[in-house]
Design a protein around this ligand. Structure first.
Ligand SMILES: *Cc1c(COP(=O)(O)O)cnc(C)c1O
Length: 238
C-alpha cells in the first residue's frame, strides 16, 4: 500500500468514528483510534505516523517488542504502544517493560506480575480488564460476574493503573445482536464506577463493528485491516 492510500484509509476510519460519535450525540474527540499494526512491518507504522497516528496495538509479545525497538530507531515522534493479545503469565515481563497499555488482563495473577515487573522509572502501566461478554467457554476474558472483584484487586496494585474494560464479541453474532455486547460492557463499567472505582475507558469495536461500538460508548476502537489492509492468514507465534 502506498503512503497516500494508507493516509486515505486512516482518514476514512477517522470519519466513520466521528460520524458515529456525532450521531450518538457524543463530543468529537471522545473516541481514540488505536491502529492495530500486528503482522505489518515498522514501515507501515512509520507511514501511519506520517499521517498523524500515534497509538498502535500489537497482539504477539515477541513481534510487538521487536517492532517497538525497530520503530525506536526510525526517528519517529513518541508513540504509544498497546498490548491487546492473549497474555500468558510467563510472557508478562517484556510487556511490562516495553508497552504503555495492556487491554487483555483477565485474571489477577497477570496483573500482579505486570505490577511487579513494571520498571519504576516508567509511567504506570495502563490496564484494561478483558471481559467475555458473550459467555463463550472457549474465549478469553473474565466472566462478567467476576469483574467487580477482579477490578477492585487490580485497582489496588502499585505501578499499574486500571482504566476500564475491553471486549472482543463474536464477529459472527447475528445482526440483531450487533450492539448488545457493547451495551453490556458499558453497563459493567457503569456498575464499577457506581461502586467507587474511577474508570474512563471502554476498548471495543474493530474494523467491522466500530460504528456500533462508538454508538454504545467506546472510548478506544482497535482497528487493523480497515487501515493497513487484509492480514496474511497465518499469524506468527506469540
Ligand atoms: C486484530 C485485532 C483487532 C483489529 O481487527 P480488525 O478486524 O483488523 O480491525 C482488534 N482487536 C484485537 C484484540 C485484535 O486481535
Amino acid at each position: 500500500m502506498t503512503s497516500k492510500e494508507l493516509q486515505q484509509r486512516l482518514f476514512a476510519v477517522g470519519q466513520r468514528i466521528q460520524d458515529a460519535a456525532t450521531q450518538a450525540g457524543r463530543p468529537p474527540g471522545s473516541v481514540r483510534l488505536l491502529a492495530v499494526s500486528k503482522t505489518f512491518p515498522p514501515d507501515a507504522v512509520a507511514q501511519a505516523v506520517a499521517a498523524g497516528q500515534r497509538a498502535f496495538g500489537e497482539n504477539y509479545v515477541q513481534e510487538g517488542v521487536e517492532k517497538i525497538a525497530q520503530c525506536a530507531t526510525l526517528g519517529l515522534p513518541p508513540l504509544e504502544w498497546h498490548f491487546i493479545g492473549p497474555l500468558q503469565s510467563n510472557k508478562t515481563r517484556p510487556v511490562a517493560e516495553h508497552f504503555d497499555w495492556v487491554h487483555s488482563v483477565d485474571r489477577l495473577k497477570i496483573a500482579q506480575r505486570l505490577s511487579e515487573q513494571r520498571p519504576a522509572e516508567r509511567a504506570p502501566l495502563q490496564l484494561l480488564i478483558q471481559v467475555n461478554v458473550d459467555g463463550e467457554a472457549t474465549k478469553s476474558g473474565c466472566a462478567p460476574g467476576e469483574v467487580m472483584d477482579l477490578a477492585r484487586a487490580v485497582a489496588a496494585l502499585p505501578r499499574v493503573q486500571l482504566r476500564g474494560l475491553m471486549c472482543i464479541p463474536d464477529p459472527a453474532r447475528p445482526t440483531e445482536q450487533r450492539r448488545s455486547p457493547f451495551r453490556a460492557l458499558a453497563a459493567l463499567l457503569a456498575e464499577l464506577n457506581a461502586a467507587g472505582l474511577a474508570l474512563d475507558t471502554l476498548s471495543m469495536g474493530m474494523s467491522d463493528d466500530l460504528d456500533d461500538a462508538v454508538a454504545e460508548g467506546a472510548t478506544i476502537v482497535r482497528v487493523g485491516s480497515a487501515i493497513f489492509g487484509a492480514r496474511a492468514p497465518k499469524a506468527p507465534a506469540a
